[in-house]
Design a binder for this molecule. Structure first.
Ligand code: FAD
Length: 552
C-alpha cells in the first residue's frame, strides 16, 4: 500500500513538504488541502503588486493545482478547508468552501501547515469597509479594487512592522498620502530604537506621516464613506483605505481542537523532527513554536525561509531520512524606500529582558571602498557575549550592501562564531564591492577592542547618566562637522590637535569621547588612555546618538 500523506495548507510549508515528498517517494499518495482559491502563491510579493512594482498579478501565483498534478503527481484541492481531525481513526474531515461538500480522508501521516492569521485589534470600527488585512491574493485584490473604485488618496497603515512598512511604501509609490500609526514608540521592534530611527527618518523623508506611541483609539465614519482614525491624543486622520498590519498569531484552531499540545508561545509544540505531540502529525511554518536560535527559548517567528525548510525536513522524516530543525534566528530584511533594514538573532531589548549579559558595538562603515563611486554608509550594530565573544545578534540599516552583511552575520550566528572570527573572516573584496577591511571585519575588530580592554565603550542611552555623573564630553571631529549638530556641552578638540591640547582635559573626570562614527574617537581614546586619562568611546558616536535623538 502506498503511504498516504495529507497536507493542510498549500503555500510555503505545505507545498515545500509536498514537492519534497514526491521527490523522495514517487508512489506516495499526497493530497494537499488549501482553504483559499490559490496554492503556492507568493504571499511575500503581495505588497509589491499594490504599488505596481510587480505589475503582473499572475506572477504571484507560482504554481497551479493542474501544474502540480502534472509535474509532481500531487492531488491539490483548493477551496477546501480541513475542519477537524480524528486522531484515533487517523482521518480528517474536509469541506469544499464553495459547494459545502464534505469528505472524510484517511492518512498515514498528516502535515499541518496552516500558517498564521492576522491579529485584528479590538479597536472600535476596525472592521469598517475599506479596512483590509494583507495575507492572501483575495485580500490584495480587495485593496486594489477599493483603491481604484474609490479613487483613494489617503491611506492609514495600522502597525509599523515588516508588512506594514512594505504596504506603506507601496501605497506611497501608488500616489497615496500615507500615515503609519504604531502604538509602540518605534517601527520595526525587532530592531533596537536607535536602529529603527534610521528607518523612521527615511519614512519621514519621503513624506510618510508617522504616529508613534499614539495608538488609534477608534475609527469613525467620515461623511464621504472613508474612515477617520481617532488617535489617543485626539488627532483625527482621514483615510480612504486602511491596512491592518499589527501582527499575526498561529492558525492553531485545528490543532487545538484535535488536542495537540500547544507551547507557551501559542504555537503548536513540535520536537526537533517537527513531530507534534501525536507522532503521526507533523507541523511546519507560522503555526509552530520554534526554539529561538540565540536564547534557546520557545518562540513564534513567522518567516518564509523557516517555513520552507521545515516543510522539507518533515518530508525527509516521513520518508525515513532522519532530519532535525535547529531553531530560528529571525533573520529578516525589509526595504523602505532607499534604505534596507535587516536583523538577525537577539536585540538589546530581548537580551535585557531575559537577563543575558551582552556588549554592543555600533559602526558606520561604508558599503564599499570610500574612494570608489557610490559608497553608502551602513549603520551596523553587533551584540555579543562579553566573556566568550560569541555573537548574539546584529542589526543594519543603509542604502547599499546591508543584505549581504546581514547574511554573513546570520551565517556566523548559525555557526556559533565569535567576534574574533568576524575580525578574521576572509570576505571577497574589490573596490566596487567592499573594503579590504569589510564592515564585518570592522565590527569584529571593534568588538575585540572592547573585549581586549583596549577601549571602554559607552552606549548612546548612557550619555545623560554619564554627563550627570560628571563626565566631560569631548568631540574630536573637525570644527566644521559641528555645524551638523553637537552633543550639548561637548568640548571640541579635533583628533589632529589632541596630543597638543591634553593639558586642557581633566584627569580626575571621565572623558566621553566621540566623533562622527566612533572610529576617530577610538583613536583618540587610545591616545588619552596611554596618557593616563580615563575615557570611554561613544560607540557609533554622533551618528548613532543623533539617530537615537530623532527617534524620541
Ligand atoms: P502560509 O504560507 O500562510 O500558508 C498557510 C495556508 O494554510 C494558507 O494559505 C491558509 O489558507 C491555509 N489554511 C489554513 N487553515 C487551513 C485549513 N483548516 N484547511 C485548509 N487550508 C488551511 N516572510 C519572509 O521571510 N520574508 C518576507 O518578505 C515576507 N513577506 C511577507 C509579506 C506578506 C504580505 C505576508 C502575508 C507574509 C510575508 N512573510 C514573509 C511571511 C511568510 O509568508 C510566512 O512566514 C510563510 O508563508 C509561512 O508559511 P506557512 O506555510 O506556515 O503558512
Amino acid at each position: 500500500m502506498p503511504k498516504r500523506v495529507l497536507i493542510v495548507g498549500g503555500v510555503a510549508g505545505g507545498m515545500s513538504a509536498a514537492t519534497r515528498l514526491r521527490r523522495l517517494d514517487e508512489f506516495a499518495d499526497v493530497v494537499v488541502f488549501e482553504r483559499g482559491p490559490f496554492v503556492s502563491f507568493a504571499n511575500c510579493g503581495l505588497p509589491y503588486h499594490l504599488g505596481g512594482e510587480i505589475a503582473d498579478r499572475g506572477k504571484l501565483i507560482v504554481q497551479s493545482p493542474q501544474r502540480l498534478k502534472q509535474v509532481f503527481k500531487l492531488d491539490v484541492r483548493a477551496n477546501t478547508e480541513v475542519v477537524s481531525i480524528d486522531r484515533a481513526a487517523k482521518t480528517v474531515s474536509a469541506r469544499n468552501v464553495l459547494t459545502g461538500e464534505e469528505s472524510t480522508e484517511r492518512y498515514d501521516d498528516l502535515i499541518l501547515a496552516t500558517g498564521a492569521s492576522a491579529v485584528i485589534p479590538p479597536t472600535p470600527g476596525v472592521r469598517r469597509p475599506g479596512h483590509f488585512t494583507l495575507r492572501t491574493i483575495p485580500d490584495m485584490d480587495g485593496v486594489m479594487e477599493w483603491i481604484t473604485k474609490r479613487n483613494a488618496k489617503t491611506a492609514l497603515v495600522l502597525g509599523g512592522g515588516f508588512i506594514g512598512l512594505e504596504a506603506a511604501e507601496q501605497l506611497h509609490r501608488r500616489g497615496l498620502s500615507v500615515t503609519i500609526a504604531e502604538k509602540n514608540p518605534q517601527v520595526l521592534t525587532p530592531l533596537d530604537p536607535e536602529m529603527a530611527a534610521h528607518v523612521q527618518i527615511e519614512l519621514k523623508k519621503h513624506g510618510v506621516r508617522l504616529e508613534l506611541s499614539n495608538p488609534v483609539e477608534r475609527f469613525e465614519d467620515a461623511s464621504t464613506g472613508a474612515s477617520i482614525a481617532v488617535l489617543a491624543d485626539g488627532t483625527r486622520i482621514p483615510a480612504d483605505v486602511v491596512i491592518v498590519g499589527v501582527g499575526v498569531r498561529p492558525e492553531s484552531k485545528l490543532a487545538k481542537d484535535a488536542g495537540l499540545e500547544i507551547g507557551t508561545s501559542g504555537g503548536v509544540k513540535v520536537n526537533s523532527r517537527l513531530q507534534t505531540s501525536d507522532p503521526h502529525i507533523w507541523a511546519a511554518g507560522d503555526l509552530i513554536e520554534v526554539t529561538h536560535g540565540v536564547t534557546g527559548r520557545p518562540a513564534v517567528i513567522p518567516l518564509g525561509g523557516p517555513a520552507n525548510r521545515q516543510g522539507r525536513i518533515i518530508a525527509d522524516n516521513i520518508c525515513g531520512n532522519d532530519s532535525h530543525y535547529r531553531g530560528t534566528l529571525g533573520t529578516a530584511v525589509v526595504r523602505v524606500f532607499d534604505v534596507t533594514a535587516a536583523v538577525v538573532g537577539a536585540n538589546e531589548a530581548l537580551l535585557k529582558k531575559i537577563g543575558t549579559p551582552f556588549q554592543a558595538v555600533h559602526l558606520h562603515p561604508n558599503s564599499h571602498a570610500g574612494y570608489y563611486p557610490g559608497a553608502k554608509p551602513i549603520a551596523l550594530k553587533v551584540l555579543f557575549d562579553p566573556e566568550s565573544g560569541k555573537l548574539l545578534g546584529a542589526q543594519a540599516v543603509g542604502e547599499d550592501g546591508v543584505d549581504k552583511r546581514m547574511d554573513v552575520l546570520a551565517t556566523a550566528l548559525f555557526a556559533g562564531l565569535t567576534i574574533d572570527d568576524l575580525a578574521e573572516l576572509e570576505l571577497c573584496y574589490a573596490p566596487p564591492f567592499g573594503s579590504a577591511k569589510d564592515p564585518i571585519n570592522l565590527a569584529g575588530m571593534a568588538a575585540q577592542n572592547v573585549t581586549n580592554g583596549l577601549v571602554t565603550v559607552a552606549q548612546w542611552h548612557q550619555v545623560p547618566a554619564l554627563i550627570a555623573g560628571g563626565a566631560v564630553v569631548v568631540d574630536v571631529r573637525e570644527p566644521g562637522e559641528r555645524d551638523g549638530g553637537i552633543i550639548p556641552g561637548s568640548r571640541s578638540i579635533p583628533l589632529g590637535s589632541l596630543r597638543d591640547r591634553l593639558h586642557e582635559l581633566p584627569k580626575d573626570k571621565e572623558l566621553l569621547v566621540h566623533c562622527a562614527s566612533g572610529q576617530r574617537s577610538y583613536n583618540a581614546c587610545r591616545v588619552l588612555t596611554q596618557h593616563g586619562f580615563k575615557c570611554r568611546n561613544l560607540t557609533g558616536s554622533f551618528k548613532t546618538w543623533k539617530a537615537a535623538q530623532q527617534s524620541a
